[in-house]
Design a protein around this ligand. Structure first.
Ligand code: ADE
Length: 234
């Protein structure tokens, strides 16, 4: 069994790159895949870059080229649920692309038009439960909240409280980021189980850009630690 682990930024995959032993790095175009073992599991770690297209490209490559059996995304997000604060953890129950929009054709925002599949993608229940247990075990030590909930993704960095209100009202979103729903879409299309793990770096409000710079590295490490602990539990 092979597990694909994706992060968007260096900080989100650094934890694995520093600790993987006997890994092989393989380049495909501008992407570098790190192949090795992690807690006894055959693992491929890759930084995809920011945004849904990058995330989708790398997810499909992990499936087609590396035959991964599961996809895990690790990284940071902006909080949409007011119960989530910087450093807290959200494990995806479901994911949706908030910026897909064909309302002029009669489709609701967030609905993929003329697509023979869902617009809200459900995470794999087994991966979700393992991630939730792993996060709770770590969170006890770190005094962080852990929620299961909905991740919404779009090709925008959100830094406006009125947009946060809209995302909460329209999608009942818990956090917002820029890749998770793209990974979920590709995983669902290929019948591959997935889960998205996000630690909160900001509240997607007027302070989001400063908070993101300040807290991103620490939040990214928290998320990576959860993934690592998940593979220990599995
Ligand atoms: N990732 C982390 N914070 C984010 C935000 N505010 N908007 C989009 N993606 C994010």
């Amino acid at each position: 069994m092979t597990i694909g682990i994706i992060g968007a930024m260096d900080e989100e995959v650094l934890y694995f790159r520093k600790r993987m032993v006997d890994f092989e790095s393989i380049s495909h175009g501008k992407q570098t895949f790190y192949k090795g073992r992690w807690h006894g599991h055959e693992t491929i770690v890759v930084k995809c870059g920011v945004g849904k297209v990058n995330a989708a490209m790398v997810s499909q490559m992990l499936i087609d080229v590396y035959n991964v059996d599961k996809l895990i995304f690790t990284g940071v997000a902006g909080a949409v649920n007011p119960e989530l604060n910087v450093g807290d953890i959200l494990i995806s129950q479901s994911c949706q692309q908030h910026d897909i929009e064909a309302t002029a054709l009669g489709f609701s925002q967030g609905v993929i038009p003329m697509y023979d599949g869902p617009s809200v993608f459900q995470a794999d229940p087994t991966l979700l439960n393992i991630a939730y247990s792993a996060a709770n075990e770590l969170a006890k030590k770190m005094e962080k909240a852990v929620l299961k909930g909905k991740v919404v993704s779009g090709d925008q960095f959100i830094s406006d409280p009125s947009q946060v209100t809209l995302l909460r009202e329209m999608f009942t979103a818990d956090c917002v980021e820029m890749e998770g729903a793209a990974v979920a879409h590709v995983a669902d299309f290929n019948h591959i189980p997935f889960v998205i793990i996000r630690s909160i770096s900001d509240k997607a409000d007027g302070k989001a850009s400063g908070d993101f710079q300040t807290f991103m590295a620490e939040a990214a490490q928290t998320s990576a630690e959860i993934v690592s602990h998940m593979l220990e539990l599995k």
